[in-house]
Design a binder for this molecule. Structure first.
Ligand SMILES: Nc1ncnc2c1ncn2[C@@H]1O[C@H](COP(=O)(O)OP(=O)(O)OP(=O)(O)O)[C@@H](O)[C@H]1O
Ligand SMILES: [Mg+2]
Length: 599
């Protein structure tokens, strides 16, 4: 832990300047656990600031004998050492500053690394609702950029604070040593300079928040321009995108200018207050010299110490914006560190070792965050080895049903059971390891084809990968010059839609989970690609319990059970032949519409 005296100093500082209900103190305390592993170096960096600060007083102090001897008595006796001492002290101070800065950077970088790693852990274990409701820009900005700001600034500020405190204590010592009467005047004036400082922080808080939020939106804009570049080109959205970007940019710029406008007046006011202090000191000091209460040396030494003491106060106006920005960043980071996924393992969660009997949806109600009911009293049973198909109108809730089984979202009422046990009682990892999913739009990572296939099983042997590749009909990709080591670009930008789909199928093969979810796995493909992917899927479905969602009814007609979902409710259930026999049935109507269209 950082030495308790610094801890006390920070507390005193916060209480003295009433820093937003000890906001600085709260930030400092919140970050303390992340400094702890590097306590020794952090303490050393801060400790070095004590002599760095205190050495400021040496120059001021040495001016008294120098002035009295040389300028007044015109004698150089016994003062030859002063210039050498000043030089030595300056060199010592320089070395200490270097060491403190290096140690500070070292600790800051390590803290940044640890914080980013911890936050990344929080981020990837966040549930789907978090990602549904958080923009990518917010994530990049708050989980990356703000951490840089928070940890690099934290020690810098503490270091600055400690050196300022010790410098001030030493300089005040020099003032009092030279003349306690003059010191009272100087210190009273300096206290007045802190009044506008306390006012400013309230004024800038909202502007600061807007600037930070705007910066996150800018990152989202960059992201969308990257991911949506084809849509932007296809719809000639350059002008529109530029103007959207310009608006956000202007908002951020306006906020930044406003921040400067709200803080820049501090410096001139401080200059004036401090000029008053210096003026009063000169006036009263002259009287004290004339009345022989102090020597000229006292006065010169006093004035030098006073100017050195006032200097950081004068510049405070320039630093207040950065200071507030760093506090804000620390607050954001501390807030993100508190993130807890709402979907997590229960205490004593059990392991789903083997899927043996059936999946049941019992009276399931579900709404997304917006509160709109998406599923209502849904009852479904899928027996081991069965294929159950979900069909129905768009927006009816089919994908939602599929998303509830691996617990991407939690049911609002009722329960989903696997082997007769509520899925919330299983550990998330064991539940998900029993389910393989192929989506319509599968995410591919930057890397090679092989990297993307072994996502299904990191420990798969070459033989297993080869088998998955064969079963997924990936031979066209294998025959490329680099074979499975072909780079596929970010999000698979360098390969076709059907190829992406088959890589996802190969992944699912490799995972070899007993439960398979296929959500519109072929709907984006043309007939030729579809027939290959369809063959791959048929291979994949062998000996599995399958929940398949498809608009194309040709894909689902051989399913053991077909369920028609409309507006979140089950409206028909049966196999193809049974459903086709229902007069004016929903399935029959869908089927007739699709096949009537066929030439
Ligand atoms: N992440 C989400 N947050 C909020 N609402 C959502 C979310 N995902 C889907 N919805 C809404 O839930 C309802 C059901 O959506 P779902 O994706 O389950 O439909 P679907 O039957 O799969 O449709 P489609 O056949 O078009 O894929 C829709 O009204 C949709 O707008
Ligand atoms: Mg869907």
């Amino acid at each position: 832990m950082i030495a308790s005296e610094y801890h006390c100093l920070i507390v005193i500082f916060c209480m003295k300047f009433k820093l937003n209900d000890n906001r600085f103190y709260r930030c400092y305390l919140g970050m303390l656990p992340y400094v702890k592993p590097y306590a020794l170096r952090a303490t050393l960096a801060v400790t070095l600031c004590v002599p760095i600060g205190a050495l400021d007083a040496v120059i001021a102090m040495s001016l008294k004998p120098y002035t009295d001897r040389i300028m007044i008595e015109k004698s150089a006796q016994d003062i030859w050492y002063i210039p050498i001492a000043i030089l030595l002290f300056a060199i010592t101070q320089g070395v200490l500053i270097y060491l403190a800065t290096y140690l500070n950077a070292w600790v800051g970088e390590k803290m940044t690394r640890d914080l980013k790693f911890k936050l990344y852990g929080k981020l990837i274990s966040s549930d789907a609702t978090f990602f549904d409701t958080t923009h990518s820009g917010e994530i990049i900005f708050n989980f990356n950029d703000q951490v840089d700001m928070a940890s690099s600034q934290l020690l810098t500020k503490v270091k600055l604070l400690v050196s300022r405190i010790f410098s001030s204590v030493a300089l005040i010592g020099v003032l009092i040593y030279n003349s306690w009467k003059l010191s009272i005047i100087a210190l009273v004036v300096m206290s007045c300079a802190f009044v506008p400082m306390a006012k400013i922080r309230k004024k800038i808080h909202w502007t600061l928040k807007k600037v930070v939020e705007g910066s996150a939106v800018l990152v989202t804009e960059y992201n969308e321009s990257y991911s949506g570049n084809k849509t932007i080109s296809a719809y000639n959205l350059y002008k529109h995108q530029r103007s959207k970007f310009w608006n956000v940019l202007c908002q951020v710029t306006k906020g930044r200018i406003k921040l400067s406008q709200k803080t820049a007046w501090l410096s001139p006011i401080m200059h004036v207050i401090i000029a008053v202090g210096i003026g009063l000191s000169i006036a009263y000091g002259s009287y004290l010299i004339v009345s022989e209460q102090i020597t000229s040396g006292n006065f010169v030494s006093f004035l030098t110490a006073l100017i050195m003491l006032y200097n950081p106060v004068k510049n405070f106006g320039n630093n207040v914006k950065d200071f507030q920005l760093s506090l804000f960043a620390i607050e954001q980071v501390l807030e993100k560190l508190k993130l807890e996924p709402s979907i997590k393992d229960r205490k004593n969660a059990i392991i789903l070792r083997e899927f043996t009997s059936e999946i049941q949806f019992e009276n399931v109600d579900f709404s997304y965050d917006n509160g709109k009911k998406v599923l209502q009293s849904l009852n479904l049973t899928i027996k081991k080895g069965e294929t159950l198909a979900l069909v129905g109108n768009s927006g009816g809730g089919k994908s939602t049903i599929a998303n509830l089984l691996p617990r991407f979202y939690e049911v609002c009422r009722g329960a989903i059971k696997v082997n007769g046990i509520d899925i919330r009682d299983y550990s998330l990892e064991s539940l998900r390891s029993n389910i393989a999913i192929v989506f319509q739009d599968n995410f591919l990572f930057t890397g090679t084809i092989k990297d993307n296939i072994i996502v299904g099983n990191q420990n798969a042997s070459d033989e297993e990968v080869k088998n998955a590749v064969e079963m997924a009909y990936l031979d066209d990709l294998v025959n490329l010059p680099d074979g499975l080591d072909t780079q596929i670009g970010e999000r698979g930008a360098l390969i076709s839609g059907g190829q992406k789909q088959r890589i996802a199928i190969a992944r699912a093969f490799l995972k070899n989970a007993p439960i398979l979810i296929l959500d519109e796995a072929t709907s984006a493909l043309d007939n030729k690609s579809e027939s290959i992917v369809q063959k791959a899927i048929e291979n994949l479905m062998k000996d599995k319990t399958v929940l398949v969602i498809a608009h194309r009814l040709s894909t689902v007609r051989h399913a053991d059970k077909i369920v028609v979902i409309e507006s979140g409710q089950l409206v028909e259930i049966g196999n193809h032949d049974e459903l086709m026999l229902i007069p004016q049935g929903r399935y029959k109507a869908l089927y007739d519409t699709q096949f009537a269209k066929k030439p």
